[in-house]
Design a protein around this ligand. Structure first.
Ligand SMILES: NC(=O)c1ccc[n+]([C@@H]2O[C@H](COP(=O)([O-])OP(=O)(O)OC[C@H]3O[C@@H](n4cnc5c(N)ncnc54)[C@H](O)[C@@H]3O)[C@@H](O)[C@H]2O)c1
Length: 233
């Protein structure tokens, strides 16, 4: 590691985002925890500080451009930089644990899933990029899903559309920013044991198909990606 980096993790109050924030913090980086759930966020901040990690909480909604802009501006004001952006916040509305028929998806729900999962990542990137470009270094990780790569019986069409869309978005982004010392990558996990995935149906059938016989855990995502490599260079 070449010193402390400044990271921002969206959806960091629980689940995968919390696990990634914990990992980045343990590597010695400052981690801004961005989440819209104020109570959970305070708990997460206190728990991570209790482990001796250097974290701060930012309450906001990635689906709001103003909120995304404000969060990045606060990081810039405090640190003068943003090196690592993890776009993890995402929602997957559950209807009895299975995907709904397309014609049954409520319009408001369709709009909200696109706004949080896809447009939210765009908002965060568009405000973070000037800071990264100014320092000619940055690492962006966007959270796709297995549901964006193959047909899922559990996730809705809106969720799958956003997660497939993030792969296309990230490919274009990576091509545009590579020359500025910035990388953009997607993670597309299978099932990880979190609040979100606990609402999905057909757990036993799914488990039987997994070679290791268990779902992934948030820490697996933090560990399987070599943040040390991203944070070096
Ligand atoms: N859990 C899985 O099996 C799985 C598999 C593949 C991909 N993913 C993806 O990983 C990411 C994290 O999933 P998770 O299972 O940890 O979810 P989770 O529901 O356990 O946690 C999501 C966090 O994001 C926050 N959040 C939600 N909407 C937000 C918004 N608009 N602005 C700011 N914060 C917001 C929530 O408050 C929560 O703290 C998501 O993008 C999800 O689609 C999860």
């Amino acid at each position: 590691m070449t010193g402390q980096r400044v990271a921002l993790v969206t959806g960091a109050a629980q689940g995968i985002g919390y696990g990634v924030a914990q990992r980045l913090g343990a590597l010695g980086h400052h981690v801004a925890l961005f989440d819209r759930d104020a109570a959970l966020l305070t708990q997460a901040e206190q728990a991570l500080r209790g482990e001796g990690l250097d974290v701060s909480a930012l309450e906001g909604d990635v689906a709001s451009d103003a909120s995304a802009k404000e969060a990045i501006a606060l990081v810039e004001k405090r640190f003068g930089r943003l090196d690592i952006l993890i776009n993890n916040a995402g929602i997957s509305p559950s209807h009895g644990g299975y995907s709904q028929l397309v014609e049954d998806v409520p319009l408001e729900e369709w709009d909200r899933v696109l706004a949080v999962n896809l447009t939210g990542t765009f908002y965060m990137c568009r405000h973070a990029l000037p800071l990264m470009k100014a320092r000619k270094w940055g690492r962006i990780v966007n959270f796709s899903s297995q549901g964006g790569r193959m047909r899922s019986l559990l996730s809705g069409a809106h969720y799958a559309a956003t997660k497939a869309g993030l792969i296309g978005f990230t490919r274009v982004l990576a091509g545009q920013v590579g020359g500025h010392g910035i990388t953009a990558n997607c993670i597309a996990p299978g099932r990880i044991d979190t609040e979100q995935s606990r609402s999905f149906g057909d757990t036993d059938t799914y488990l039987k198909q997994l070679p290791v016989g268990r779902f992934g855990e948030a820490a697996d995502i933090g560990d399987c990606q070599d943040f040390r490599v991203w944070a070096g260079g």
